[in-house]
Design a protein around this ligand. Structure first.
Ligand SMILES: *[C@@H]1O[C@H](CO)[C@@H](O)[C@H](O)[C@H]1NC(C)=O
Length: 279
């Protein structure tokens, strides 16, 4: 037993010597998995040195070097702001960089490069990928709602979510049940020149009496979602009460209770943004 353990130790030492060889190594590169356009976050680079000593650390976005840390220099931090992001000098030191005001074009690989001083001048580099998210402009919008319907009428609605990256996933529900797949066309995604997608989903169904709930109404909800990041819902009420009836009953001039939409923001996005900013 003793013999096997000591030979295992020798083996480990041999592996370490072969792998290490006294050079400088990057042990971990971490960037936020995603940031919202205009947001901020921290990039971290960890390294290990044996015989070598770290001389400089550089951060690259794609091919562009935007940050250099050289502890022996009179001015240890140099920043070369790219057009895709800003570096917060106050919050950056060593291998850790706070980036802010990120644009869509900041998406992609970020490289950390650590160099040793002489006599070896070894260099190690590693990368991690940042995804930039642009949330839809406002809540989804449901179009095509008429002021009232007759039982059996065709309902033809389109829900639209404006300008996001990635494309939002749209879904309809009717009286809280998911709309039957046969009533839906496939979602249309239109990519514009800014790299943002406007998505729309069309729902068509016959206003069968069984769908009518109390007060002769059907509630239709559209949800726009970027899984894990964003979810927003809008609803409309379809009514078979003629408008004159509503204005008599309600005493007001308004049409029957249609177009009353409500948007709900779920705290998912906010909490994850806060988490990114606190890290
Ligand atoms: C981000 O942009 C704002 C507005 O242009 C600017 O005031 C701020 O200094 C920028 N942040 C950094 C870290 O450069």
């Amino acid at each position: 037993m003793v013999c096997r353990r000591s030979s295992l130790a020798w083996l480990l030492l041999a592996v370490l010597l072969v792998q290490g060889g006294g050079s400088i190594r990057i042990t971990r590169v971490r960037v936020p998995s995603w940031l919202e356009v205009g947001g901020q976050g921290d990039l971290d680079c960890w390294w290990e040195e044996d015989a070598d000593h770290m001389y400089s650390i550089k951060w690259y976005q794609g091919a562009h070097e935007f940050y250099r840390y050289t502890p022996t220099a009179r001015d240890p931090i140099q920043i070369f702001d790219p057009s895709t992001l800003d570096v917060d000098r106050e919050k950056s030191w060593g291998g850790s960089v706070r980036i802010a005001n990120v644009s869509l074009a900041a998406e992609g690989p970020f490289h950390c490069e650590v160099s040793a001083d002489g006599p070896t001048f070894h260099t190690a580099s590693d990368s991690a990928t940042l995804t930039i998210i642009d949330l839809p402009d406002g809540a989804p919008v449901i179009e095509g709602v008429r002021s009232y319907y007759l039982a059996g009428d065709w309902v033809d609605l389109t829900c639209t979510s404006l300008k996001s990256k990635p494309a939002a996933r749209l879904s309809f529900s009717i009286n809280t049940e998911p709309a039957s797949p046969g009533w839906l066309e496939s979602q249309k995604d239109q990519l514009d020149g800014d790299g943002l997608t406007t998505s729309s989903l069309r729902l068509r169904f016959s206003l069968l009496p069984r769908l009518l709930q109390e007060d002769n109404q059907v509630r239709v909800e559209c949800v726009s979602e970027i899984p894990g990041v964003y979810r927003m819902a809008t609803y409309d009420v379809l009514s078979t009460n003629p408008p004159y009836q509503a204005s008599v009953l309600g005493g007001g001039a308004a049409a029957a209770g249609t177009h009353s939409s409500l948007a709900l923001i779920f705290p998912l996005l906010l909490s994850s943004m806060v988490a990114h900013q606190l890290l």
